[in-house]
Design a binder for this molecule. Structure first.
Ligand SMILES: Nc1nc2c(c(=O)[nH]1)N=C([C@H](O)[C@H](O)COP(=O)(O)OP(=O)(O)OP(=O)(O)O)CN2
Ligand code: ZN
Length: 141
């Protein structure tokens, strides 16, 4: 089995609606997406011979996911009043609604599924909210 890893970071704000504690307030993280790709067969011919998949492809895919959230306020759909959203948009803030509570666990699954949809051989995704804390998503076999 071969395993490749790549990571990318983004700096964004979020809050956990309905949380009892400080994380209910808007606060920021330097989120790190660490994705692992695996397989038992290497490419046999062509420019990618001897590779599981080109580092360039997985690096770009994870980088694009990170950039799509960078320097934004990520919020769960229906967790902010319409008037609040309008006011923030009027200020030209970058708002990103997500259809899930923006926890490290949900982000790990979301990024995993996005990488799968891109037909990359992803096997797990870890999302760090702080250098010490991360959530890992991998599919049950
Ligand atoms: N299982 C999870 N627990 C929590 C998540 C999560 O995504 N999954 N997220 C949060 C909050 O986003 C919060 O920002 C993280 O809180 P905390 O661990 O307290 O972060 P700090 O490192 O900033 O805490 P200090 O102890 O103040 O340094 C909460 N839980
Ligand atoms: Zn947080």
């Amino acid at each position: 089995m071969y395993r490749l890893k790549t990571s990318a970071a983004f700096d964004s704000a979020h809050f956990l609606a309905g949380y009892e504690g400080k994380c209910a307030n808007i606060h920021g993280h330097r989120w790190i997406i660490e994705a692992e790709f695996s397989g038992s067969e290497l490419i046999r011919e062509g420019t990618e011979r001897g590779m599981l998949t080109d580092f360039g492809d997985i690096k770009n895919a994870v980088r694009q996911l990170a950039d799509s959230f960078d320097h934004s306020l990520i919020y769960e759909e229906n967790s902010l009043k319409a008037a609040t959203i309008t006011a923030l948009e009027d200020e030209k803030f970058r708002l990103i609604p997500v259809p899930f509570r923006p926890t490290a666990e949900n982000f790990a699954e979301y990024f995993y599924r996005r990488l799968r949809a891109a037909e990359l051989p992803v096997s797990s995704v870890a999302v760090y909210e702080t250098p010490e804390n991360c959530a890992v998503y991998e599919e049950d076999i």
